[in-house]
Write a protein that binds this ligand. Structure first.
Ligand code: SAH
Length: 389
């Protein structure tokens, strides 16, 4: 098979989010930046650190929505914050809830760009699927986000903002110590997180801080299509769980469906997985494998997959292809998916088939955003009313 999908230039993805005019926005700032900001608005530099810690507590632990609730801060400091700054969550353009409890938010950034995040409640956890870019440069052939035009990196503020909005809706400020509705994060929304590593890393450090949002690295999974040179840093600096969008076991096929493979082929990707810092039997690498009828779903593919991952602490996540209008692929039959799963399972690997969630609210990657671009407001309202009925 020839590789027919050209890679879009990566340089478009390195553009930074525009710095919004207007007041300072606090969400997304780390402790040092909060302290610096406090000095610029007149706080005594000797007290700035302590004040920054208090502000941190209000923003990231209590989820304060206004400065006047921050009762441990002096009144005049609250007034100065009010004059110069906003807490700065993203605006919610649309919020949908599925019959199965899945929620989806379309969030509007200060430049008008929109991204999605999805919350998936399960029995023992609740996972937020977070976006790292507006659009994506990778053009994976089965992925709807790859067909979108606009691409820019999200700032750390815009990434943390997705968590803040979800916790607002779920009513988890301060976050309960025991069972949480938002207990886990997967960086599996729109975009390639390892093409926006600095901002993703900054955002995750804020999220992991145990005096704030406090989600442990063990409950965070970063999913990459295989940006090989960034994988070791991700493990060393963040220590989060790794998921790899493998999707094919030969370069011929992977070149076509995951075009970044032309740059970092399977052998290099597997070598990076073998040396991923922190991968152990207790913390296995997840290999994601989207099932595409007649493309990558044969028993021979399943055996090839087992050969590839041999020796790596691994589990396999089989994802039935989620079709979108005009998609060039179909989902295999349940039997074909089950047969594939059995081969991987019998070789000693966990191989669950992911159940589709939130189908009625277009929860699959990129679908709500492109729907928003396509539909008129009236059509949207009608569709939402139908979904609620
Ligand atoms: N760029 C990263 C993260 C975003 S994609 C990555 O590639 O891993 C998150 C996951 O959703 C990936 O495994 C991706 O391959 C999968 N995915 C995208 N579109 C899909 C579709 N239409 N059906 C099923 N899975 C899809």
């Amino acid at each position: 098979m020839t590789a027919s999908v050209p890679l879009r230039p990566e340089v478009v993805a390195t553009e930074r989010a525009p710095k919004p005019a207007g007041p300072n926005r606090l969400v997304g700032l780390d402790r040092a930046e909060l302290a610096e900001l406090l000095v610029t608005i007149g706080e005594d530099p000797k007290r700035a650190r302590m004040r920054a810690n208090q502000l941190w507590h209000w923003i990231y632990h209590r989820g304060a929505q206004s400065f006047d609730t921050m009762s441990s801060l002096a009144k005049d400091l609250r007034a100065r914050l009010e004059e110069t700054s906003i807490i700065g969550r993203p605006d919610v353009s649309r919020a949908l809830k599925s019959f199965d409890g899945t929620r989806k938010w379309l969030l509007k950034m200060t430049d008008g760009e929109e991204v999605e995040s999805v919350h998936i409640p399960e029995e023992d956890r609740g996972t937020l699927c977070v976006s790292s870019q507006v659009g994506c440069t990778l053009t994976c052939r089965f992925c709807h986000t790859g067909t979108m035009k606009l691409v820019r990196n999200l700032s750390a503020a815009e990434i943390v903002g997705q968590l803040m909005v979800a916790r607002d809706t779920l009513g988890e400020w301060p976050s309960p110590p025991g069972e949480r509705q938002l207990s886990n994060i997967v960086m599996m929304g729109m975009g390639e997180p390892l093409y926006n590593f600095e901002n993703v890393a900054k955002a995750l450090r804020i999220v992991m801080d145990n005096e704030g949002i406090s989600i442990s690295r063990r409950r965070i999974t970063l999913s990459t299509a295989g940006v090989v040179p960034m994988m070791a840093r991700c493990g060393e600096e963040l220590g989060v769980n790794l998921a790899v969008s493998l999707h094919a076991v030969t370069d011929d096929i992977r070149d076509v469906i995951v075009p970044i493979n032309k740059k970092y082929p399977i052998a290099e990707l597997m070598a990076a997985c073998r040396s991923y810092p922190g991968a152990t039997n207790a913390r296995r690498i997840t290999f994601e494998y989207v099932m595409l009828k007649g493309v990558n779903d044969s028993p021979a593919d399943a055996r090839g997959l087992v050969r590839l991952i041999r020796g790596i602490p691994a589990k396999v996540n089989l994802i039935p292809f989620n079709a979108w209008p005009g998609a060039p692929y179909e989902c295999p039959t349940d039997q074909a998916i089950q047969a594939f799963s059995d081969i991987v399972f019998n070789a000693g690997y966990s191989s669950p088939v992911r159940t589709p969630r939130g189908r009625d609210i277009m929860a699959a990657c990129g679908q709500l955003k492109s729907d928003s671009v396509r539909k008129t407001r009236a059509e949207r309202l009608a569709a939402e009313a139908a979904a609620r009925a």
